[in-house]
Design a protein around this ligand. Structure first.
Ligand SMILES: *Cc1c(COP(=O)(O)O)cnc(C)c1O
Length: 358
């Protein structure tokens, strides 16, 4: 019997979420972002839901190569581009597209003596101050790339820092758009701007490409719930009760004895812990579903197990089904309780957790 902890990927939900992304940006092409093993869903499972995407974007070279080898024909964009000159051989062999975000990458490409045509996405730093050329340096980088005979298309891109917050004091989406438009005025090339939050909340800035990630997996990029955006959870992390303890008032549960029962109660032990990717900082009270009934985690998350309050589920027994997050428990609620975001929980799913798709 394998351990009961399984992540089940709902391919139809991935497909439906992609349709939401397209519907928000009907005149844009959609680059489905599949970095970090498709946000933990398993790259090969996820692309079954993304056949209608116009391209795929990721960071990892091995994933990009695997996508080509399994027959993905449309664009594959490396979102951090190349890290060293030798990477360009892989880019050419597998017809990958690359982000170019710094002068060192321009130099690597200039010096590579590339024979075949490549497509690049030139990235502007419009205020996030992560990757990209400053607006005032962008045009010079563009001209240098354009001067190379083997560069075919140059897509112009930037990334938003606060697409989920229209009134941020330090930087707004509209200010980033203004800087981008002003610095790219008159430059030929397609434009690529929006992440999930911008796609959902600012359809007016959708350009030639949108680059949704989290929304495709049924996570919310903002304060509204995923359900309010019409998104479906694509990953359900489920396990089972593997042990039950009867405790009396005053008895403590788990490492550090963080939870002390105030009455006689049943405690269920669930096969899932932080070594599986469950957030160690999830406190007592974090929602969890046992046998279809919502209850709460109690005590400290341990490496392989968590404990739950079975008071609302008196019929629960060893073998009862548990949902950690997914179909009947939004991942964003669990993340919020643990002081993190759905992104981190999805991406943090550990290697030892079996993934199946349906
Ligand atoms: C990860 C990423 C995205 C997707 O962001 P979400 O918030 O998950 O939609 C888009 N563009 C770039 C450059 C990224 O790195």
């Amino acid at each position: 019997m394998p351990r009961p902890l399984v992540a089940t990927i709902d391919v139809a939900a991935l497909r439906a979420n992609l349709a939401v992304a397209k519907k928000c940006a009907p005149n844009s092409k959609v680059l489905a972002v599949v970095k970090a093993n498709a946000y933990g869903h398993g790259l090969m499972h996820a692309i079954r839901g993304f056949a209608a995407a116009d391209g795929l974007g990721l960071i990892e070279f091995d994933g990009a190569v695997q996508l080509r080898e399994t027959g993905w024909q449309k664009p594959i964009l490396l979102l951090e581009g190349v890290f060293e000159p030798a990477d360009l051989a892989t880019v050419i062999e597998y017809r990958l597209e690359v982000v170019v975000h710094c002068i060192e990458q321009v130099e690597m490409i200039e010096q590579a003596g590339i024979a075949s045509a490549i497509d690049v996405h030139l990235k502007m730093n419009t205020g996030m101050n992560r990757l990209g050329f400053k607006p005032e340096a962008f045009r010079a980088a563009y001209v240098r790339m354009r001067a190379l005979g083997f560069i075919r298309n140059i897509t112009l891109m930037t990334h938003f820092a606060n697409a989920d917050n229209a009134t941020h004091a330090a930087l707004t989406l509209s200010e980033q758009v203004r800087r981008f438009n002003s610095a790219t005025e008159g430059l030929p090339g397609l434009r690529s701007l929006s992440n999930s939050a911008a796609d959902l909340l600012h359809p007016e800035v959708a350009a030639d490409w949108v680059r949704p990630g989290i929304m495709l997996y049924g996570g919310s990029p903002g304060d509204k719930s995923a359900a309010e955006f019409g998104l479906l959870p694509a990953m359900t992390l489920a396990s089972a009760i593997i042990g039950i303890q009867d405790v009396s008032a005053g008895d403590a549960v788990g490492y550090g004895s963080l939870f002390v029962a105030d009455k006689a109660m049943k405690i269920g032990v669930v096969a899932c812990g932080y070594a599986d990717g469950y957030p160690r900082h999830a406190p007592t009270g974090t929602p969890i579903v046992v046998d279809g009934v919502r209850t709460r985690l109690v005590g400290r998350v341990s490496m392989d197990m968590i404990m739950v309050d079975l008071t609302p589920v008196p019929h629960a027994r060893v073998g009862s089904a548990v949902t950690l997050w997914g179909a009947d428990l939004p991942i964003d609620e669990v993340a919020h309780a643990a002081g993190t975001i759905g992104y981190e929980l999805m991406c943090g799913l550990a290697q030892r957790v079996r993934i199946t798709a349906q």
